[in-house]
Design a protein around this ligand. Sequence first.
Ligand SMILES: Cc1cc2nc3c(=O)[nH]c(=O)nc-3n(C[C@H](O)[C@H](O)[C@H](O)COP(=O)(O)OP(=O)(O)OC[C@H]3O[C@@H](n4cnc5c(N)ncnc54)[C@H](O)[C@@H]3O)c2cc1C
Length: 434
Amino acid sequence: MMQKIVIIGAGPAGLLLAHYLLARGHYQVEIYERRPDPRRVKQSDQRVFPISLQARGMSAIRAIPGLEAALSEKGVWAKGVFLHRSKGQPRKIERKTPQLLIERNQLTLALLQHLLAGYGGEALTITFDCACVGINQDSQTVTLQPTAGEPFTVRFDRLVGADGVRSQVREALVASGDMHCQQELVPQRYKPLFVSRVSQDKTIELAADCIHRWDLGKRALVLMTPQRGDRLSGIVIFLPGINPLELFTTDEAVLAYFQAKCPSLGQVMTLENTADLRQRPVSKLITVKCDRMHVGDRILLIGDAVHAVTPSISQGCNASLQDVMVFAQQLDQFQDDWSQTLPAFTAQRLPDVHALRDLSDYCFPLSKLMIPEFLFRVTLGRKLNHWFPQLFKPFPLELIVDGDLPYSEVLKQCQGWINRVRRSAPPQLKSSKA
Ligand SMILES: Cc1cc2nc3c(=O)[nH]c(=O)nc-3n(C[C@H](O)[C@H](O)[C@H](O)COP(=O)(O)OP(=O)(O)OC[C@H]3O[C@@H](n4cnc5c(N)ncnc54)[C@H](O)[C@@H]3O)c2cc1C
């Protein structure tokens, strides 16, 4: 008899889990998503920001035949990062393994299209514009509220909360006392920015195979990733109260600011880009830390719903996709007996996602005093680590981005650096209760 799995949320984690479960051949999957069907929504109305996928996320993707090719068609492969300076040539940091740069809406679209191409009929149904508003564990039902229409309930054999940082599934479980969760508001704010990679007169172009980073001072920075169609998609990050964009009242002044602070970006930016940037709302970031990733033998939580982190080391989505692969390995081990798989999954995965939280919060220096050491470790220190691995420890980012060592193992190897960054954090960079 087919088990009915209800997945709440058609983000990267929920959609990839549907791929994995359907490939096993004995599950019926129903997905409910609060937002509209991305195939029918204009790009300009979608939530767009770039995601970089590395070894962890990509190995979860590669297990599904054809999925890596489908994602590659919508993204761009990058080999490293250019650290731009206001004067002189940028510094290039090469990565050992290429990473896929893809906008979140394109990632979910590719996952969705590939899923629908492979499955349909009774095995898979996806309902958009339909939010989970409550769960009842006794009757094994979820209450759903369509954007237009009356609420209704559906029965589940197993329920998966893949509904992101503001998860309703998690909230219901916290309210019933079945799990504990800490949510924190990250001090940094961000705004998405989109520009062309090539200047309007076609004389200047920024590299298509690298991430670009500019430091704006006062803890503000710009991160841009190349995308299909010669576009750069990225974000401007800043602390509240010292948002550099608030210093100016016209689009011309904002453009002049970028041209002075980061000339290489200013050369490809247009007045239209700055007008769009100024109009976009400021976004906040919330982190989530839970004491478990399952409840009982019927409910699983994956992705941001159970371990949202800051995008500082580009791991949130990689970890969410890896959750799915780790969960499937546990299903293999326990022959799809969820009552054994769920606790084994929490036992294996929770230490890693807790370690990821520390790595995300404290990988980069938070005080000026640690910047010289940081610069040494990502340049000469890298070479010294290569030649004398016993004497010179790798910088945490190398272990996070270029391999798939478990996050808890990375943390163990880099605990000294992480502790020092944590101790040096000034009060304005500490998260507050969300
Ligand atoms: C600016 C920025 C840059 C980032 N860059 C990177 C990066 O470079 N690399 C990386 O690995 N990660 C990155 N991340 C993190 C990454 O976006 C998330 O970790 C990832 O999207 C998590 O996937 P998810 O499926 O768990 O959750 P989500 O992507 O949040 O998807 C959850 C889905 O559930 C739906 N939903 C929510 N509530 C309900 C409900 N009640 N009922 C039904 N559906 C619901 C939502 O509409 C959404 O579609 C970045 C994040 C930000 C904000």
